[in-house]
Design a protein around this ligand. Structure first.
Ligand code: WTA
Length: 508
């Protein structure tokens, strides 16, 4: 079920024509499902085959893109119905019965999945695809701007997914792997679906939320299914301990908690850095082989060559990658099918990640957050993560998001948005004293120059569905540009924006 390649890699960032294994042919589904099913028969192959056959029966072929067409629950069906008002080209919606509730129905368009599967054969022979055919298009979270559709291709992407699951997570055939991400996010694609299946390992799809019906939900799943490997985002870890967030880099406190309470100090903890565009994990410890340091993603994965560019007068700068790796995304969908423009700018010849990083004396890499989130106060370069980390030490703080506002005198000043722990009590008419305590905290931990000019206590922070804090929203609102927030569709709960605007308007 494949044809051999001759060339390993060709093309460059400058020319935007990177390909891996160009003459090769393969089939993603065969590699993930069929070849395991023949030796360990189970239902997955039949399900995948019927799915393929239904799509074929509907005339869907290679290259067609389909709007979300499988509905998991009533809420999802309602969302799909609303979205389809704007997509008249969509002909059919396949609805899978999950909750048993009644759903709105458009006769002729909507079809029950279980009825359609009865009409098609149970087996679908895989077909050989070219190594550089599109495998999937994924829209980035939009935490840093307009979401863009990123295209991954089979050969290189599958290699990245398979290798990282094998070496970063050290999986063995009898293991039970659980990645608690949304399957619609890159983490879900690479580490719920492709990576574990390519390794023939049992994978877990979790559809609920980590706090329903109890905050122990994750650990109940681990116990019930005898999970051996658990992969999740810091947001979820912090949520479970009902403690605050410092942004996307995991703060050492959350790391220690994960180690002590979840892993009982018996588990390897891997803090993995990567992006939708990179397809698979890029910077990570290798369990048992690389000593970890809480808060650092440690060292590059095989073949990855990180460089820190524009370091100014310190070892901190912008993380770039020197050479293409197999699972790099190929292009931006429908944007004239251009290759990722991030390849090209602003450092020609390097892949630009947009993340600020530091490197310590042992060569360990410390991710500081998006460069748009780096603040420059009177010539001091500060990462939002650093200031947030200082604030989180205050006993009342649950989560914080720090942003920089331009200032004629100092370059930028620091605004800190803070949510409080539910059990923390204070006098709401005297937010001033709490703000003073928090400012003092930052002065103590980092220094006077880092002290926030404003502390804004808010009920909630704007986050994407994958749990990333969207600082650009706070930045715009603080800069008086609350009417130019752009696309808010990727927000988990758009209503928090109004509450933040109101709070900023009244805070002195
Ligand atoms: C951030 C998610 C610190 C980073 C897989 C990156 C991290 C962005 C880490 C990509 C980490 C991801 N430590 N920051 N271990 N992992 N990030 O495309 O800013 O949704 O650029 O992919 O998440 O987000 P994306």
């Amino acid at each position: 079920m494949e044809s051999p390649f001759k060339t390993i890699r060709s093309g460059s960032f400058e020319n935007g024509d990177i390909v891996w294994f160009p003459e090769g042919g393969l089939n993603a589904s065969y590699n993930c499902v069929d070849r395991w099913a023949y030796t360990h028969p189970d239902k997955l192959l039949r399900g995948v085959s019927s799915t393929a056959n239904i799509l074929k029966a509907m005339g869907i072929k290679q290259g067609d893109t389909i709007s979300d067409c499988k509905s998991r629950a009533i809420a999802t069906k309602a969302i799909v119905d609303a979205a389809l008002k704007e997509c008249p080209e969509v002909e059919h919606v396949f609805v899978q019965r999950r909750t048993g509730n009644t759903v709105a129905w458009t006769e002729g368009r909507d079809k029950w999945w279980h009825e359609e599967t009865l009409k098609v054969p149970n087996y679908c022979p895989p077909e050989v695809m070219s190594s550089e055919d599109p495998l999937f298009i994924l829209y980035t979270s939009g935490s840093t701007g307009k979401p863009k559709g990123v295209v991954h291709t089979p050969a290189g992407y599958l290699l990245g997914a398979a290798l990282t699951v094998k070496y970063v997570f050290d999986v063995h055939p009898e293991d039970k792997f659980a990645c608690m991400a949304d399957v619609g996010w890159i983490t879900g694609h690479t580490y719920i679906v492709y990576g574990p299946l390519l390794n023939g390992v049992t994978t877990t799809v979790f559809e609920s939320t980590p706090v329903y019906p109890t905050p122990s939900r994750y650990w109940q799943v681990v116990e019930k299914h005898q999970i051996t490997h658990f992969y999740t985002a810091p947001t979820a870890i912090r949520l479970l301990r009902l403690l605050g967030s410092v942004g996307e880099p995991i703060n050492p406190e959350a790391w220690d908690w994960y180690n002590e309470h979840v892993g009982k100090k018996q588990c390897a903890i891997v803090d993995t850095w990567w992006q939708t565009e990179t397809g698979s994990i890029m910077i990570t410890p290798f369990p048992g082989a690389i000593e970890t340091k809480p808060g650092s993603a440690t060292v590059p994965f095989f073949g990855i060559e990180p460089v820190i560019l524009d370091p100014g007068n310190s070892v901190e700068g912008i993380l770039c990658i020197r050479n293409p790796w197999p699972s790099i995304a190929r292009m931006v969908w429908k944007d004239n099918n251009r290759y990722l423009d991030t390849y090209m700018r602003p450092y020609p010849g390097f892949f630009y990640t947009g993340d600020g990083v530091g490197c310590d004396e042992h060569g360990y890499i410390w991710i500081k957050g998006r460069v748009d989130d780096i603040i420059n106060v009177s010539g001091h370069r500060l990462s939002t993560a650093e200031i947030e980390s200082a604030l989180i030490h205050h006993r009342g703080v649950a989560e914080t998001a720090v942003t920089g506002i331009s200032n004629n005198l100092t370059g930028q000043t620091v605004y800190a948005f803070v949510t409080l722990k539910p059990e923390f009590t204070y006098n709401p008419n005297d937010e001033g004293s709490l703000a003073k305590e928090l400012i003092l905290q930052v002065r103590k931990v980092i220094g006077p120059f880092a002290a926030p000019k404003k502390i804004i206590i808010v009920p909630d922070l704007p986050k994407t569905r994958s749990g990333k804090i969207m600082r650009r929203i706070m930045r715009k609102i603080s800069a008086g540009e609350g009417d130019q927030l752009g696309d808010l569709n990727t927000l988990a709960d758009p209503s928090v924006v109004g509450a933040i605007k109101a709070k900023v308007a009244t805070s002195s």
